[in-house]
Write a protein that binds this ligand. Sequence first.
Ligand code: ATP
Ligand code: NI
Length: 375
Amino acid sequence: MSEQRTPMDPAATRTDTEPLLSIDDLQVHFNTEGGTVEALDGVSLSIGHDEVLGVIGESGCGKSVTALSTMGLLQSPPAEIVGGSITYDGTELLDLSDEELNEIRGDEITMIYQDPMSSLNPVLTIGRQVKEPLLAHRDVSEEAAHERAVEMLESVGLADAERLMTEYPDALSGGMRQRVVIAMALITEPKLLIADEPTTALDVTIQAQIMDLLTDLREEFEMSVLFISHDLAVISEIADRIGVMYAGNVVEQCDMRTLFESPLHPYTRKLAESIPSLEGETDRLPTIEGTVPELIDPPSGCRFAGRCPQYIGEVCDTVEPELETPSRVEGDQKVACHLYDEEREEDPPWPVGPTADGEAAGGTDDAGRTGVDGS
Ligand SMILES: Nc1ncnc2c1ncn2[C@@H]1O[C@H](COP(=O)(O)OP(=O)(O)OP(=O)(O)O)[C@@H](O)[C@H]1O
Ligand code: NI
């Protein structure tokens, strides 16, 4: 549904090489009575055109804060963006006024949340709500918006769309509500959809249906997606690339296949290793000793050092590792870990597999369900 671009079009050259969204060294603090929560400690992620980037990490690692920062929806106070940049299609989002941001938000960039009711107003009809983004952002008639809303409800797999337009949200099941929310998020044909745990609140069968729907719509709408989940199996269904977050940092970014075949960060290896067999029980967790550090006055070196099975000493405690591509790695895999420091005399644990000592995982693309936390 996007327009055909010719090689003569300068926009085509620009958009083909630059990422659509680029988050660089984003730092977000929350000023609380107990102290400053250093929630994001330099998060860097990028999403290409028509690409799905999955973001995974344990509860509290900063996934939602990253998403909300991009949408300009962080509540400030208590939140404060203390550094970094978020560029969308060449524009620095952090410099935009509320008015300018409002033009992009809900139109070119839209978001869906875990709980569909948080996006739906219980006292307005479905029709009213699905039409709203079009009426707000486009110069369309009420009739045209109505027609388009009915089409959208049909595209998200809702039957009897005309009648649904007159219903209120509480007449719908959770799965149907999430479909309505998806219709609302896509009616403006956004370039970027941010989905923050969009299936977590739904039961397993409905979850699978919504994932299938999102996978189809992503193709149909040729949009980029930032897909947040704590469930690696869910992410691997839809994502092209993945960013792994830990305690306010991105510790690794790579394509989905690389995550399973040659993860580099010790935390990512644990994750990839924890993918159970298909008949494995649901919600099996990676067992990593220790707990996530406090984000008020966090450790100064690597935030994973206290739990790291490949801790190498003082450097881990004192120097924050940068997210970069080690010289021996091909492609655009990036890792933030001192094991791969250029100056290190010892060889890093190459060749890599999900475990340091071990066997490479075979055929894990088709993974069973697993996750990084218990929810
Ligand atoms: N309003 C707030 N005040 C203080 N700290 C906050 C606030 N909102 C978020 N945080 C902190 O920021 C960090 C990141 O939170 P965030 O919601 O982004 O985590 P998440 O990765 O989305 O977790 P989950 O998987 O549970 O949704 C957490 O440590 C959290 O405690
Ligand atoms: Ni969250």
